[in-house]
Unconditional design. Structure first.
Length: 64
């Protein structure tokens, strides 16, 4: 899996549950909520004031 701006958070969590730590760190504490799992990385970062490119890099490094 390669994570991009449009990748859905739920898809990432389903692929690798250990990525949850990155979302929790950015303030997404409701990962079980259907709306948060349906957001793209870009949408979530915008809402939480997180640098999307930095998070994508961390997630892709973690997954690889």
């Amino acid at each position: 899996m390669v994570i991009e701006r449009s990748t859905i958070i739920g898809d990432i969590l389903d692929f690798d549950k250990t990525t949850s730590e990155y979302f929790l760190t950015m303030g997404m504490h409701c990962l079980g909520c259907p709306s948060s799992r349906g957001e793209s990385i870009e949408e979530a970062c915008e809402v939480h004031g997180v640098d999307v490119d930095e998070l994508i890099k961390k997630l892709n490094t973690h997954i690889s």
